[in-house]
Design a protein around this ligand. Structure first.
Ligand code: PLP
Length: 340
């Protein structure tokens, strides 16, 4: 472990590590996994990723547990999801086994950057795939690069696990109704930057998007899924335009384990009147509690957290998931892969 680093104060940014791993798809097959010490890429000027956005990615984390072991959270789920993203925009899907091999290798090689137990920090793992062969006609590439970089990131909640406010702004959509919303495509993020910055300027942590077709139902909360607790039930939007969050999937399982009813269904804006707790969920934060939801078009303010504190159910779910990631709570569902 690198003793020099100030783990607690690391941001969610980029810091160089020792190695990254790469694998090329050429002549109809994936090659051997290559280890690189370079932070740069040599790309053809006509690569499809540069012109037509053939880029997909993932985000997962490795944690140092209470027992000193390194755990990667939900490796298989991420391996599966990036294959779906690849198929979604006609890229070559990486075999799950290769994904696993690459993640294990890159974490092991950068072991000294896995933050110590108790620091609240973790090693962020960023797999990505790009089309690299030359093309100026609008067509998928014939060659691909799959790359994984890692970087240590600090605790998400630097000032404690506190609610933040989010807003509804109907002039923005993240994705189209039958578009690429259900895949982790870089272009979706480019499309959401204006809305995100606008929300930040107004003092909100994120935009709560409505479904892009009818603007009637809740969709996603910035780059995270939205969940709410209503009369003791866990509710989360069912939609064709949201990314199936692995954190949300995990929290739904934990909720069921706790005897909480889980509903994946349409949630109307009006229903926000009746919710007791809410959170934005994703790998970065696990769960970021919501204080207030301001509908900037109607002027209506939905106060979710009456006392400025996170709700009890969201807190319990958050603590349970964190406990599993850190090896403090038994991993009953086999979600963690130990890096030997
Ligand atoms: C990555 C992502 C999420 C969160 O997914 P996790 O698997 O929980 O990290 C949610 N929404 C969008 C749009 C995303 O890209």
């Amino acid at each position: 472990m690198d003793k020099e680093l100030d783990w607690k104060n690391l941001s969610f940014g980029y810091m160089p590590t020792d190695y990254n791993v790469r694998c090329y798809f050429r002549d109809g097959k994936w090659g051997e996994v290559e280890v690189s010490q370079s932070e740069e890429l040599n790309l053809h000027i006509a690569a499809t990723c540069l012109h037509y956005g053939q880029e997909i990615f993932e985000g997962l984390k490795a944690f140092r547990g209470k027992d000193g072991k390194i755990r990667v959270f939900r490796l298989e789920e991420n391996a599966r999801r990036i294959r779906e993203s690849a198929k979604g925009i006609l890229m070559e899907p990486l075999p799950e086994e290769k994904f696993k091999e690459m993640v294990m290798k890159v974490v092991k090689l950068n072991e000294r950057f896995v933050p110590p137990y108790g620091s609240g920090a973790s090693l962020y793992i960023r797999p990505l795939e790009i089309g690299i062969s030359a093309q100026v006609g609008v067509k998928p590439a014939s060659e691909y690069l799959f790359l994984i970089l890692v970087t240590p990131v600090g605790p998400y909640f630097k000032t404690g696990f506190r609610p933040t406010n989010i807003c509804i702004m109907r002039q923005y959509d993240r994705v189209a109704p039958n578009g690429t919303g259900l895949w982790k495509v870089g272009g979706n993020y480019a499309a959401s930057l204006t809305a995100g910055e606008h929300a930040h300027e107004l003092g909100y942590s994120a935009v709560l998007y409505l479904d892009p077709k009818e603007k009637k139902y809740l969709d996603e909360c910035g780059p995270a899924n939205f969940i709410a607790i209503k009369n003791g039930t866990y509710i989360t939007p069912a939609s064709q335009s949201i990314l199936p969050s692995i954190t949300n999937k995990s929290l739904m399982q934990l909720a069921e384990d706790m005897g909480i009813t889980v509903e994946r269904r349409h949630i109307t804006v009006d229903e926000l009147e009746e919710i007791d707790e809410a959170a934005a969920v994703g790998t970065a934060a696990v769960a970021s509690p919501v204080g207030e939801i301001d509908d900037l078009d109607t002027g209506k303010k939905y106060v979710v957290s009456k006392n400025g504190e996170p709700g009890p159910v969201v807190t319990r779910l958050y603590e349970t998931l964190r406990g599993i990631q850190l090896g403090e709570i038994e991993d009953r569902h086999g979600w963690c892969t130990i890096v030997e």
